[in-house]
Ligand binder design. Sequence first.
Ligand code: HDD
Length: 717
Amino acid sequence: MKKKNEKNEKLDQLSQHTEDGRGHKLTTNQGVPINDNQHTLSVGDRGPSLLEDIIFQEKMTHFDHERIPERVVHPRGSGAHGVFEAYESMAKYTKADFLSKAGKKTPVFVRFSTVVGFRGSSDLARDVRGFATKFYTDQGNYDLVANNMPVFFIQDAMKFPDLVHSIKPEPHHEMPQATAAHDTFWDFASLMPESTHVLMWIMSGRGIPRSYRMMEGFGVHTFKWINDKGKVTLVKLHWKPVLGVHGVVWDEAQKISGMDPDFHRRDLWEAIEKGQYPEFELGVQMVAEKDEHKFNFDLLDPTKIIPEEEVPVKIIGKMTLNRNPDNFFAETEQVAFHPGHIVPGIDFTNDPLLQGRLFSYIDTQLKRLGGPNFHEIPINRPIAPQHNNQREGHMRQQINRGRTAYDPNTLADGYPAQAKEKDGGFTSHTEKIDAHKVRARSKSFTDYFSQATLFYNSQTKAEKQQIIDAFSFELGKVENEDIRKRMVGQLTQVDKGLAEGISKNLGFKTPAGPQKPVQRGVPADANPSDYEPLKKKQKVKIDPALSMERSLKKTVKTRKIGFLIGEGVDEESLLKMRAALLAEGAVVEIIGTHLGEFETASGKHLKADKSLSTAGSVLYDALFVPAGKRSIQQLKGQGKALVFLNEAYKHYKPIAMEGEARELLGMLHFGNRSTTELEEDGVIVQEKGHSDLALKFTTAIAQHRFWYRTGVDEIPA
Ligand code: HDD
């Protein structure tokens, strides 16, 4: 039996769930039993079909209407149910009930997504990831509609359609799919210096996550928390994955896209089915209202972070995703998030991107879900009761009794009545604003590069190289050379070495600096020099939290280890290693030279989970080759087995080989070195029976990647 959480039980009570039809007769949607689901009604068995075949008509009409518009951005996604538990009371800062006491549990539904690719595109695109959470709180639904990057491309929502039009496939031939690597995006980006900071994040390993379970989430905007005395605290929200933040490398990402385009979806699904529930801690950076202007950037600017070195992230609760959806369409496709779904104790700031989002999300749900009653779709339905005078509209589910649908009234004794603030009624923060109505960007938003530099400087050597390579790939796909140069010109403002590295790969001289004009959004009557991009002195030079390698969590939990075997594998070698890895919480899959049963050297039988042709090393975090004379003989004769190992080495992954498996070394590109040298590079090779092989291998897996191993570039795989 699957575990059910509170929300699920509630939905079941509302009889929205039906089981899979076992034991029931087939019926029409009107409940009429169907006695032939194979043939249309026709005039004779070779004659024309009849219009009066209402069974066919109903079936076909429903089928023809099965698609709803995919999301204009974030169409490709995967969801999961779970629960959020508060670690402590945050009542001092917010009256939000779900954060009001330690141990308070709130059901949640999360949808992770890519942004650019269509619904059927690969999970491994280089892209921002969406991380949207619906908290079904006792005070109503709260949506934290976040991304895995803490900053956005643009500062004003007015530019969102332009951004999205530029990054989506080009409109004349609808290519390329699910990638920014084409002219229109970089044309736009190279003219929008404010996007530089997020580009650094996307070009890092964060743009190609290892798993949805290993990504951070960021609310991006500064929000307000308000306590019961009306006191405001400015906050930025973070999700921190308990397993740490991990990416894959670009070569891997491209190969995974071919081998398993559902890689992230499958990973999330399987982890939950196995009971390895993904966990994320909720963190908050808090700034007293009086300190709003103490920073050298504007807290309203969504292209800026508050460095964790400046304001630490306080961890206040944990979300555990513990149940897969029952039906993808009903839940993951129909879930409707909106940054405007907030609860008392939370309020908006005047971030111009957030303000624009407050319009866009409702508007998009009206189109996608077909009308104003989308809140009645089970996945969107709050568990808090709803009473108001809204009525009718497409697909209305609720059957409201009574005569009154207006306020004030006496016929229903004045109900539903307004809640008082003390009874938990929502009140907006009474902010005083005294200003002219203008179309303008505040000057405090014009430092575009300082934090991009902070991000770059906080990366390790390997991570910097990854960023250079990523820019080189993306811009290398751009056909127009002016665009390439303009973009690199902009990157000279981030770091000279970065710009030089990319220029070298693209085959031109590094531009001296950015091209003019670099500033958009300057009011027509303004003095342009007032709006020159600034580079302000940074308090923080390096923020380790920005680097994945510097903030590594050393664990092998849920890591997927592939065992390469042939007939006659040494059973003891295999079982010992498997037991050691499983004990540490890793996942083991046996990859055979063929599928089905294998006879071990001692005459026992075991089954392969995958074969060399249905798997690839890119789908695993590490590889082990157990001992076994015959098994190794067979692997030696399989080019694919050698590709597996060479590729794993190329992708910096730990490898272990026992007993006869060492004979493979001579056939591998990296094998021609001493055991000690190999071990330093995360390749552990031992005679059979050494007791510390498993320990050394698990320690290497906990390090995840050996970024600085030798000879990687020479491997042709
Ligand atoms: Fe957005 C979807 C996150 C800026 C307009 N957005 C969407 C989703 C996520 C985000 C995670 C997918 C939700 C789901 O899984 O259903 N969006 C962000 C973040 C932003 C951001 C973190 C910047 C801080 N978005 C943004 C702007 C606009 C939109 C500036 C428009 C003014 N976003 C939308 C949308 C979508 C959407 C068009 C498409 C589908 C949907 O809303 O439900 O309304």
